[in-house]
Design a protein around this ligand. Sequence first.
Ligand code: AFP
Length: 338
Amino acid sequence: MKPISLTRFLIQEQQAGHINADLRLLIEVVARACKTIATAVGKGALGGVLGDAGTGNVQGEAQKKLDVLSNEILLEANEWGGHLAGLASEEMDHAHPIPNSYPKGNYLLLFDPLDGSSNIDVNISVGTIFSVLHCPDGVSEPHDEHFLQAGTAQVCAGYTTYGPSTMLVLTLGRGTHAFTLDREQGSFMLTRQDLCIPEDTQEFAINLSNQRHWEAPMQHYVADLLAGKTGPRGKDFNLRWVASMVADVHRILTRGGIFIYPIDAKCRDKGGRLRLMYEANPMAFIVEQAGGAASTGRQRLLDVTPNGLHQRIPVFLGSKNEVAAAERYHLQANANPG
Ligand code: AFP
């Protein structure tokens, strides 16, 4: 049977009363913007958009030209449609209100316009991550604080991965589904409905070069993974680390695994490496809706109450039994400190 398009999928969701017209429009607009980003990323050196932009973002990170371009593409696509009250991005210091010259809607859109951008110049998959919240009632000019809602408040989350194929992975709170871009038609087509992450895994994703900076429970947990079949876990594990969260999470959604970016001595004063609002929360929603789990190592990630738009957080996500195993090392350490 011919796969249905994203548009038809969203119309069916609206006809079933699961989403309204504004949310359908929002997702269509974001998907269209991601197609534009896919074209720019796909040009590589021919597009004159590789390399550094010569600017820095609020994170203190050097911006790639494609970071800036992707951010502009998402801003321009979403400002005028009347579905949003405001936007927030990894690449912008503060929330971006919808200009008064445009109609406003009731949704807040947060995004990392190009995650993994340090991989751009070496032609490794990168992606766009987005999250949708309700704008609080009575707020017409949303500021940073209006975005600070727990991950459980998300109405939609998704990412696009710009890899060998361009794929959009989406959850509306009723399962997680994958769409593949048909480059001839220019449409995202539903290629995987109700993704289901295997509960157990033998594959973990972590930047092992930080091992000496980890807290004791992390040292212990990973040492037991590396001990393999003859160690406490009784099975061998494989390691994969793309250093592009979208690529690592997409692999885990497809075949299982656990992705970890823990607190370590290098990032402790910042609260972690990955950002809560537009990286960890949308990915946690997507993973939970695919039967996986997402944790800070000590609590469910979606329950965290945000305290800053660019707040960072430790992330453990993927196969739920493996996330639970990693949590046990941390909870046992809490129970028996020292
Ligand atoms: P960039 O967007 O700066 O490449 O960072 C990517 C990322 O936020 C996430 O996608 C990766 O999992 C993680 O950082 C990689 O971090 P390390 O470079 O410290 O391994």
